[in-house]
Design a protein around this ligand. Sequence first.
Ligand code: SAM
Length: 172
Amino acid sequence: MGALAPSGRPLARAMATAAELGGKRILEIGPGTGVITEALLDAGAEPEQLSLLERDCRLASNLASKFPDLKVITGDARFLEQILETEQPQPFDIVFSSLPLLNMKKSEKHSILTQILALLDERGILIQYSYSARPPLSENLTRELGITGMRAATVIRNLPPARVWKYSRPLN
Ligand SMILES: C[S@@+](CC[C@H](N)C(=O)[O-])C[C@H]1O[C@@H](n2cnc3c(N)ncnc32)[C@H](O)[C@@H]1O
């Protein structure tokens, strides 16, 4: 499920430019080799506002060496609330996710997404990429979670081609 397939730079750039990053509290989940992390920093994410959550210890340790100014947390997104309760002031404005959502069981996906939404400010956004033509979250799931999604970018110059999706709570 967590097989590492590093994102290409065009995809990383498309993720990083899907939202305004300056001054935003950002959590990246599943940063892997840090390709998207680099793009986030290049696009204006402030190091003191950017935290990484990676469950693979070796990758997390590499990330900590590569990005000494960032907070790198070794942990599993399935236990997000528990992990961040003690690790990080909340809420976040943006969560970037490389989690392989399409490979997860619905219950696991629902649980992780509920925890992500609980960490997000009411105007917060979740940005997720997917290699499928289908959205990474089904209509039923977005309805249950009370969020709406839009495709923010299609990245043809990625192997395989990828789509960047942006989810948020509807504003009243
Ligand atoms: C497809 S790879 C991400 C690739 C990354 N964007 C890159 O360019 O290197 C998915 C990443 O999510 C991590 N991951 C998978 N499941 C996770 C979970 N439940 N909690 C935290 N990290 C997870 C994997 O260890 C892996 O680093």
